[in-house]
Ligand binder design. Structure first.
Ligand code: FES
Length: 123
């Protein structure tokens, strides 16, 4: 269980609003949208925007723990943010998630990104 007294947590959506096939996009006032995914009944939050281009990952298809970008079919692991297949080489930001009585809470001030083999500015 995450410590909800630290950081900026938002009520992103409810568990009923997330399925196994698509991410659920949540717009953040003053910030970039996030995507909520469900994998094996666990919930994950990542940046919604693909790191390769201006695509919403919530318009892609989830298969297992992989999301396929709708633009050029690159894929990411939604549980870690890791870029899995070309042309995606920069990992996605991920956010801490907590559940409270069917509500999905996301800490939006603490994104983490695992190091990528290629830095975004090098692309
Ligand atoms: S914009 Fe996502 S793979 Fe190109």
């Amino acid at each position: 269980m995450e410590n909800l007294s630290e950081g900026r947590w938002i009520a992103a959506c409810t568990t009923d609003e997330v399925d196994d096939t698509f991410g659920t996009r949540v717009d953040i006032e003053g910030g970039d949208a996030i995507a909520i995914f469900r994998v094996n009944d666990a919930y994950y939050a990542t940046a919604d925007r693909c790191t390769h281009g201006n695509a919403s990952l919530c318009e892609g298809i989830v298969e297992g723990k992989s999301i396929e970008c709708p633009f050029h079919m690159g894929t990411f692991d939604v549980t870690t943010g890791k870029a899995l297949t070309f042309p995606c080489v920069v990992n996605l930001a991920t956010y801490p998630v907590s559940l409270n009585d069917g509500q999905i809470l996301v800490r939006i001030d603490a994104p983490t990104t695992i190091p990528s083999l290629v830095k975004e500015k090098e692309l």
